[in-house]
Design a protein around this ligand. Structure first.
Ligand SMILES: Nc1nc2c(ncn2[C@@H]2O[C@H](COP(=O)(O)OP(=O)(O)OP(=O)(O)O)[C@@H](O)[C@H]2O)c(=O)[nH]1
Ligand SMILES: [Mg+2]
Ligand SMILES: [Zn+2]
Length: 328
């Protein structure tokens, strides 16, 4: 870590001037950039100005503050992007959204997966590996909690019918697109255009295959699904953000086995459904809005025709998914 030490010295306030005040460096001339991938403490960023790719490290003044893919940052130092050059990230712009997962059995650390994405694309294969509605539900909860718009993307339509899954998400008003390798990409392109979207889903569902089809020079590695276990091989090992040729950004992420949601409160989830939220204002204090609650206002609203039974039942399904880990 020699380079790091050199930079660290450069950062240290000079002793002889104003010994008791921290010198606040002025970064007015810093370039703005976005973090596209991270590898062993090295951050690959692209400059907003000209899209140049630059390798950077975290400046000491950031302390323990994390920098994640999707972060908008300010960089100083060697921003040439030349071979062996290293810039420094000196500031992280306040995040508009954060997609986070709570610690779970697979991963003991609570982490922010990506920052500033506005759409969560929940990718599930129609077969090989088979879709797990429970995981889709949990990812939906994460999207609503993060204030991101969800989109369910059902891949491998050459291997199965989407009808059953589509019917599950219709009452919630969640958009669903269906894709297959070498298929027509118009619908998914329209859904991604001019937005920052992050793909999540099990290993082997075809996230990287989709990214390669959408971004011609992406070169994301893809690999087969094990025929015996039906599981993917966790081919992608880190998140990467790529610019879409038709506008917007897409973030490919490693396959997940589950999605820890311990950080989510019912109230945060219900905010995503204003019609349900309105009704639940009449619930008894502490009502958890499940089908077993004795006087939940959702049941009264179904009885008097204000809400459809399908919508309330689908909402209760995703609510219940918060406490049912779908480990695969
Ligand atoms: N039959 C079929 N196979 C597909 C389709 N899309 C992708 N595959 C195959 O599914 C396998 C897994 O694809 P990947 O793109 O590596 O999956 P991934 O979601 O990126 O997996 P991880 O990186 O491990 O999370 C590869 O063998 C792909 O060729 C499809 O539409 N139909
Ligand atoms: Mg992949
Ligand atoms: Zn209730």
């Amino acid at each position: 870590m020699r380079e790091q030490d050199e930079h660290a010295q450069f950062e240290r306030p000079r002793r002889h001037t104003k010994p008791r005040t921290k010198i606040r460096p002025n970064y007015d001339d810093a370039d703005t950039a976005r973090v596209v991938t991270i590898d062993r403490g090295r951050y690959t960023v692209t400059l907003d100005d000209d899209g140049r790719t630059v390798t950077a490290m975290k400046s000491r003044n950031l302390g323990r503050k994390g920098v994640v893919v999707g972060d908008e940052v300010r960089v100083v130092g060697d921003v040439t992007g030349d071979e062996g050059s290293l810039a420094r990230i000196v500031e992280v712009t306040p995040r508009r959204t954060v997609l986070r997962r709570t610690a779970d059995d697979d991963d003991p650390i609570e982490r922010i997966i990506v920052a500033n994405a506005d759409q969560l694309v929940i990718v599930a294969a129609l077969a090989d590996p088979p879709p797990r509605a429970g995981l889709i539900d949990r990812c939906l909860v994460a999207a609503f909690d993060a204030g991101m718009e969800p989109l369910v993307c059902l891949t491998k339509s050459d291997l199965g019918s989407p009808d059953e899954i589509v019917a599950m998400f219709e009452p919630l008003g969640v958009r669903v697109v269906v894709t297959r390798r070498d298929g027509d990409l118009d619908d998914i392109r329209e859904a991604l255009r001019d937005r920052v979207s992050v793909l999540v889903g099990h290993s082997g569902v075809g996230k990287s295959t989709l990214v390669n089809a959408l971004v011609p020079d992406a070169n994301r590695s893809v690999s087969y699904v094990n025929a015996v276990t039906g599981r993917g091989r966790h081919t992608s090992t880190s998140a990467i953000s790529l610019e879409l040729p038709f506008g917007g950004w897409i973030i490919d992420t490693p396959g997940i086995r589950s999605f820890g949601l311990a950080h989510v409160e019912i109230d945060d989830l219900i905010k995503a459904f204003p019609d349900l939220q309105d009704v639940t204002r009449d619930c008894p204090r502490g009502c958890l809005h499940s089908a077993t609650e004795p006087e939940c206002a959702l049941d009264i609203a179904v009885a008097d025709g204000t809400l459809s039974l399908e919508r309330v039942e689908s909402f209760r399904r995703i609510l219940a998914s918060m406490n049912q880990k779908d480990d695969y």
